[in-house]
Design a protein around this ligand. Structure first.
Ligand SMILES: [Ca+2]
Ligand SMILES: [Ca+2]
Length: 141
């Protein structure tokens, strides 16, 4: 049985089933394939539980179930971000302007960007926007 925060098929190759030790054998290798994806995401964990032993007694740890927690550390870089337009001229009666952020890939982690507004224009008279933080939830691109 395999559990934890990692996703079957995305982070590891499912390998549920029965481990059979043939008569005459004294060892058996159990393989769990870890998948190297391209998403930037937090460390995830797998919990591998081995139980229901037949004709063999488990001696690692306490109890009849052997449980191994595996941490899967991400090896990808955070996405890059680009803004458009690079510059803009607008009439006073244009209403508003919008900037578009584009990410190089979907991120598995939330991002935030602090912004300030400065220049010769005056907040409240020429524009309305207080300094603040732009929050981008995980999963956006
Ligand atoms: Ca990777
Ligand atoms: Ca990754």
């Amino acid at each position: 049985m395999i559990g934890g925060s990692a996703s079957s098929g995305d982070d590891f190759t499912p390998n549920n089933g029965t481990l059979i030790l043939l008569a005459g054998s004294i060892s058996k290798v159990f393989t769990l394939a870890i998948i190297d994806d391209t998403n930037y995401k937090p460390t995830e964990h797998l919990i591998l539980s081995l139980s229901n032993y037949m004709n063999v007694t488990q001696t690692t740890g306490i109890g009849a179930t052997y449980t191994l927690t595996i941490l899967v550390l991400d090896n990808d870089s955070p996405p890059t971000i680009s803004w458009s337009p690079a510059s803009v001229s607008v009439s006073e009666n244009s209403g508003s302007i919008q900037l578009t952020a584009s990410f190089s890939m979907v991120s598995g982690l939330p991002a935030s960007i602090e912004y300030t507004v400065s220049g010769t224009a005056t907040n409240g008279m020429d524009y309305t926007l207080a300094d603040g933080t732009l929050s981008i939830p995980a999963g956006c691109n």
